[in-house]
Design a protein around this ligand. Structure first.
Ligand code: URA
Length: 490
């Protein structure tokens, strides 16, 4: 048995150095005992076998997964990684074997690490302190895995202009505006417990909390309890849940006058990168949101066009957020969507639901969203009449739609109507010329084009309605078939 010593928070490169030498000397996985630094009775790093120059086969798919899995706290991970690497030498396609227990376990570890990274992006809360050089922002964070080194670059890109430190129990990261350094871990007491920004986070959360949409399981998936103790806004969760059903009834009675502008204002204070000039900065720096949760957290702060002002709230995408077969992109939320905070719940949404069902598509298994995220309308008496977004408004929202679809990764995106086709593919010709066909988005994404359900609602006579509806259902069916083919080919 060969003992190999690695620090608990060893990086991928450290593990790879040991693994290469072991593999070079053809040491079988069952003959290796991976251990933390300082374990007694085993060989240290120097005792690892000499690399004999054996030509390694390391598929990229393995490296991508291994880079994340190695950061997991699971003690078996080093051994598991080595076992898979060993097996890959005789079976290059192993990573594609979805039924293999080792590969599945490795992918699960990598997934848990990625999730922890995404949560860290969204849930680090800085507190302002002053030192001799001026303001400095410090945050206490308790990740579930060894992710601080991996995530630090994200915070450098996002908060380049600030001096900040993130302290975790095992490691701390420090950015002085020019250089990133790492130091020892710390304790929660190293960071101030309160900050003026806490109240903004709480206000933002309270304003974004939609009692009519409360789904506790989904909520705790988005904001797992593990992170609550360091989130100022989490203090309000219990009270908000307790009062949800009363508030939901109140909202129905008070509709349509439920302004959520407070959310936008609070978001603008706590997310200095998100409002309009920030959007440009994020694009310039290539710092895309790392998860749908992060995108959703930043979206209410967008000021890239003026539509946020009169709208009640931003309406985000919803549905299966991880590689659905289909994503549907509409034009913009309507009156009811604006009040409910959900896409496609009004008359057009109900028609779409019916057509999806007839086409054999489960709405919950698809992603539904809009090219423009705020309701544009003209007030007419007590009513708010839908007004089509102009090219500038579509363009302003395109950045969000692109990143949303990059994160969701549908096999096929369906453009519902002309505004979606313009947003996704820059297509501005007549819709009938591309209807029922695939065109390509600017980023190369395939986009299947059909009509918007509200087109069907507007048709004047019943015969036309029936015919066009049948055609629409047929096109949805065709979209589903194409998406299935694409998913298989991928
Ligand atoms: N129309 C759309 O395009 N989207 C909605 O969410 C509702 C109606």
């Amino acid at each position: 048995m060969i003992g190999v010593e690695l620090a608990e928070a060893a990086t991928f490169d450290e593990w790879r150095g040991k693994a290469r030498a072991l593999l070079g000397a053809r040491v079988a996985p069952e003959d290796v005992a991976w251990t933390g630094a300082g374990a007694p009775g085993l060989f240290g790093g120097d005792a690892t076998p000499v690399d004999t120059g054996f030509a390694l086969s390391v598929p990229r798919a393995f490296v991508e997964v291994a880079r994340k899995a190695v950061l997991h706290v699971e003690p078996e991970r080093f051994a598991l990684l080595y076992r898979v690497l060993w097996r890959l030498q005789g079976h290059r396609g192993l990573m594609e074997d979805a039924a293999d227990a080792d590969v599945t376990r490795l992918r699960d570890l990598a997934k848990a690490v990625r999730r922890d990274e995404h949560k860290m992006h969204a849930f680090v809360r800085f507190k302002e302190v002053k030192d001799d050089d001026g303001p400095r922002f410090v945050a206490w964070f308790e990740p579930q895995h060894h992710i601080l080194r991996e995530t630090a670059d994200f915070f450098v890109r996002r908060f380049t202009g600030m001096r900040w430190s993130i302290v975790t129990p095992e490691l701390s990261a420090h950015w002085d505006g020019g250089q990133l350094t790492f130091g020892p871990g710390g304790q929660r007491g190293d960071v101030p417990a309160e900050d003026a920004r806490d109240e903004d986070w709480r206000e933002y959360y309270r304003a974004m909390f939609n009692p009519a949409r409360l789904k506790i399981n989904a909520m705790t998936r988005e904001m797992p309890k593990h992170y609550w103790k360091n989130l100022p806004e989490a203090r309000d969760i219990a009270g908000l849940i307790a009062s949800a059903s009363d508030r939901a009834e109140g909202m129905v009675e008070a509709a349509p006058t439920v302004p959520k502008k407070r959310a936008g204002a609070a978001a603008a204070r706590i997310m200095p990168e998100a409002p309009s000039p920030g959007v440009t900065r994020i694009i310039d720096r290539g710092a895309a949101p790392a998860s749908i949760a992060e995108l959703n957290a930043a979206l209410p702060g967008c000021r890239s066009c003026a539509l946020w002002r009169p709208a009640t709230q931003v309406v985000m995408g919803e549905g299966k957020a991880d590689r659905p077969l289909l994503a549907f992109v509409g034009e913009q939320p309507g009156d009811q969507e604006d009040l409910a905070g959900r896409p496609f719940v009004g008359p057009a949404g109900q028609l779409l639901d019916r057509a999806l069902k007839e086409a054999g598509i489960d709405r919950a298994e698809a992603w539904l969203t809009n090219a423009v995220k705020h309701f544009k309308f003209e007030p007419r008496g007590k009513r708010r009449i839908h007004s089509r977004p102009n090219a500038g408004e579509v363009e302003a929202c395109r950045w969000w739609v692109k990143h949303e679809l990059d994160l969701v990764r549908p096999a096929l995106t369906v453009a519902l109507g002309a505004t979606a086709a313009a947003s996704l593919a820059g297509y501005r010709g007549p819709l009938h010329a591309v209807r029922g066909r695939i065109i390509h988005a600017r980023e190369g994404r395939p986009v299947f084009v059909t009509v918007h359900p509200s087109f069907l609602l507007r048709l004047p006579d019943e015969a036309a309605k029936t015919g066009e509806y049948a055609r629409f259902v047929g096109e949805l069916r065709e979209g589903r078939r194409l998406a299935g083919d694409m998913a298989q080919a991928a």
